[in-house]
Design a protein around this ligand. Structure first.
Ligand code: HEM
Ligand SMILES: [Cu+2]
Length: 541
């Protein structure tokens, strides 16, 4: 039975820490599973807070004119919504929460290569998050620049931009530390027999992600320091009146922030590559191509930042080159989609919650990716630039993609760590509401954008009223579904049916150990003799 101090409902495993007790046993723990859960709790909390902000934005846009807030509050709200969703949720959620929870076990390791750096990474995350939160309520008030912090506005506005970008700088340090740790772990700590060709695809995706974290994140770090210097020291690097160049800021910003979308989406693709074969009872189709395409996406995706700047006055040749390179990224992405669908083909598919969210990922990511091609083609980009079409596009990819994969991962892996599971029926009802509301909300935004409704505007012309109302109604359906999903998960993990053994029938290493996992993961070092999707002998019930 459960006791007060161990929320692990079935007890046992890493929940029963020896030594420290209470909060200290968590925030000073170097166990990758505890750090993963710390990340899970913190990213999930920020996600829910930012969802509420998104709903408020949508209520304001429900009808023309003022609905519930003034224009300045609105500017602050979409900025804070974006900053929290991007820097405190989507970037860390999958690699730092689920990467930490699952990756070391999947490669047969007892922990990551640098457990203390791992803890430091969470602490940096926590400190960065607190600084961002403090910036909302201090100085000149919440930043109102949008999450992109574009100069010259960000250099001049009286809102608390300096502190906010400093917070994001610290968050960047956290991301780099995680990346270094994961690359080293995957190189050095694989169990005997865990060759590169036997790595689960989630691990491959984390490996590609980690390189992007290491190589791209320093650029945003430097850029943000330059914004602080601009504000506090008057450096004028970005001020054309004194010989600076504001467009340079955009280049520096997107040289990180485009690759950053691969930090968000690659681990999500890894989750899907692990879930789809298990719930189709078939080995994954095209293992090598999926593994390789993660690296190819990370590499080619680092060359396309200019597609965010087609309207900034670049030369036509630069536009053509960036447009062409952007289309190249579509190839490895399409390879993945093709291979997932081929895996489904003639599989014996079971539609439990992890699979429902994984399948919706594939569809929503496909819609997001195709609308990305419209943005990647310079001609159509100029038409929909900075309209709600863009907002619709990136929500399809980030929320329909990473967000749905995160929820799929919660249903798939968390029972393993809690020893209890969610209830199936409410999960399906919540999923159905989420999926419906999602398409009503963001599909409508894409239409609004094509009709010319600009992004980040407080007010709009009366002809956009009807579609805006529909979008807002969609946001409520989506939120209702999300609420059911989250409550059902939390309830299930703490009080639900016991979960033990290998009920999904996975063939990766995490399903071969006790539930919940023991502190050291493995009683004795495992020796791997088959691939991650070889379901023969996986203990399928
Ligand atoms: C129920 C959930 C959500 C709702 C209702 C929502 C709503 C919105 C709306 C209406 C905007 C446009 C604001 C404007 O253009 O004036 C927006 C912007 C944005 N959202 Fe969301 N969103 C949700 C979830 C998410 C998620 C999950 C992410 C990231 C993974 C995200 C990231 C962003 C970003 C980056 C912006 C851009 C902010 C900017 O333009 O500066 N949102 N959201
Ligand atoms: Cu981009």
């Amino acid at each position: 039975m459960q006791s007060e101090s161990t929320p692990a409902t079935t007890g046992g495993g890493f929940w029963d820490d020896t030594g420290k007790r209470g909060v200290g046993a968590w925030i000073f723990s170097t166990d990758h599973k505890r750090i993963g859960l710390l990340y899970l709790y913190s990213t999930l909390t920020f996600f829910l807070v930012a969802v509420i902000l998104g709903l408020l934005i949508r209520i304001e846009l429900m009808a023309p004119g003022r609905t519930i807030m003034g224009a300045e509050t609105y500017n602050a709200l979409f900025t804070v919504h974006g900053v929290i969703m991007i820097f405190l949720f989507v970037i860390p959620a999958l690699p730092a929460a689920f990467g930490n929870l699952v990756m070391p076990i999947q490669i047969g390791a007892r922990d990551v290569a640098f457990p203390r750096l791992n803890l430091l990474s969470w602490w940096l995350y926590a400190v960065g998050a607190i600084i961002v939160l403090v910036s909302l309520f201090s100085g000149g008030g919440a930043p109102d620049t949008g999450w992109t912090f574009y100069v010259p506005f960000s250099a001049r506005t009286g809102s608390n931009v300096s502190l906010a970008v400093f917070g994001v700088f610290i968050l960047g340090c956290s991301s780099i530390v995680t990346g270094i740790n994961f690359v080293t772990t995957i190189h050095r700590l694989r169990a005997e027999g865990m060759e590169w060709g036997r790595l689960p695809l989630f691990v491959w995706s984390l490996y590609a992600t980690a390189w992007v974290q290491i190589l791209a994140t320093p650029i945003i770090g430097i850029t943000l320091v330059l914004v602080i210097a601009e504000r506090l020291l008057g450096t004028a690097l970005f001020d054309p009146a004194r010989g600076g160049d504001p467009i340079m800021f955009q280049h520096l910003f997107w040289i990180y922030s485009h690759p950053a979308v691969y930090i968000m989406i690659l681990p999500a693709m890894g989750v899907i590559s692990d879930i789809v074969p298990v719930f189709s009872r078939k080995p994954i189709f095209g293992y090598k191509m999926i593994a390789f395409s993660s690296i190819a996406i990370a590499a080619s995706g680092s060359l396309v930042w200019g597609h965010h700047m087609f309207t900034s006055g670049m030369s036509d040749i630069a536009i053509a080159v960036f447009s062409f390179l952007t289309f190249i990224v579509a190839i490895p992405s399409a390879i993945k989609v093709f291979n997932w669908i081929s895996t489904l083909y003639r599989g014996s598919i079971s539609l439990e919650a992890p699979m429902l969210f994984a399948l919706s990922f594939i569809l929503l990511f496909l819609i997001g990716g195709l609308s990305g091609l419209i943005l990647g083609a310079a001609a159509t980009n100029i038409h929909v630039h900075d309209t709600h079409f863009v907002v619709g596009h990136f929500h399809y990819v980030m929320f329909g993609g990473t967000g749905f994969a995160f929820i799929a991962a919660m249903h798939y892996w968390l029972p393993k760590f809690y020893g209890r599971r969610y209830a199936e029926k409410p999960a399906v009802i919540g999923w159905a509401l989420m999926f419906t509301g999602f398409n009503v909300l963001y599909g409508t935004m894409q239409i609004l954008g094509m009709e010319g409704m600009p992004r980040r505007y407080y007010d709009y012309l009366p002809e956009f009223a009807r579609l805006n109302f529909i979008a807002t109604a969609g946001s409520w359906i989506l939120a209702a579904g999300l609420f059911i999903v989250v409550v059902n998960l939390l309830r299930g993990l703490f009080y639900g049916e016991p979960f033990a053994g290998n009920p999904w029938g996975g063939a990766t290493l995490e399903w071969s150990i006790a539930t919940p996992p023991p502190t050291e993961n493995f009683e004795e070092d495992p020796v791997v003799s088959h691939g991650p999707y070889d379901f023969r002998g996986a203990g399928v019930p």
